[in-house]
Design a protein around this ligand. Structure first.
Ligand code: SF4
Length: 193
């Protein structure tokens, strides 16, 4: 769908320069999705893997973040192998609903209530990023925290349209449950993509 060089705004790698590769296509259907234009893959052009890597190499950063849409709709072995061959660290942001593919340095798993994750994702997740939109999302987050590996980083992140309302609840929750950490969409505060 698009590719751009910016700072990673959220999660464990927040603040790092990164080349974002956003793949078109998603059938998860989150009602609060902020990239609904990604859902229909047919509306977006196709690019060769070589041209994607070439685009990434135009910038000095060597972190590539594959996002979507839902990037695991596609087998990502070839794209990630090519990025690694070119010297990139590879990170993914996924809802985990499709079988796991690709060669990754960091896997951000962000489960959604609207479609169940594929079981592959739990052993592969380095970071569980739970979006908090309403109070029932705390329980949903805990249900996934019980399934990821013990060294998986546990993050709670307020959904942007509700962040003013949910932030105080998340702060209190993390103070009571310190295995969790806060993740904020800092790129939105910085007004960058
Ligand atoms: S999984 Fe991501 S891209 Fe898909 S609908 Fe949900 S927020 Fe949007």
């Amino acid at each position: 769908m698009e590719a751009f060089y910016t700072l990673q705004g959220e999660g464990q790698h927040s603040g790092r320069a990164a080349y974002f590769i956003r793949l078109g296509g998603c059938d998860v259907g989150c009602h609060w999705c902020d990239v609904k234009e990604s859902w229909n893959a047919d509306l977006h052009p196709s690019f060769s893997i070589d041209s994607i890597v070439e685009g990434a190499l135009q910038y000095p950063g060597r972190l590539a973040v594959i996002t979507g849409g839902e990037p695991l709709m596609y087998n990502l072995d070839a794209l990630t192998a090519a990025l690694k061959h070119a010297g990139f660290k590879t990170n993914i942001e996924t809802s985990g609903v499709y079988p796991f593919t690709g060669y990754w340095d960091w896997v951000c798993f962000s489960p959604k209530k609207f479609k169940n994750p594929h079981p592959d994702i739990y052993k592969n997740a380095n970071e569980l990023k739970s979006i908090i939109y309403n109070k029932s999302d705390f329980e949903f987050a805990e249900s996934h925290a019980g399934l990821v590996s013990p060294d998986c980083t546990l993050l709670m992140q307020p959904e942007w349209s509700k962040h003013t309302q949910m932030l105080p609840l998340i702060i209190d929750y993390i103070k009571d449950n310190p295995k969790w950490k806060m993740s904020l969409q800092t790129h939105k505060y910085m007004n960058i993509p």
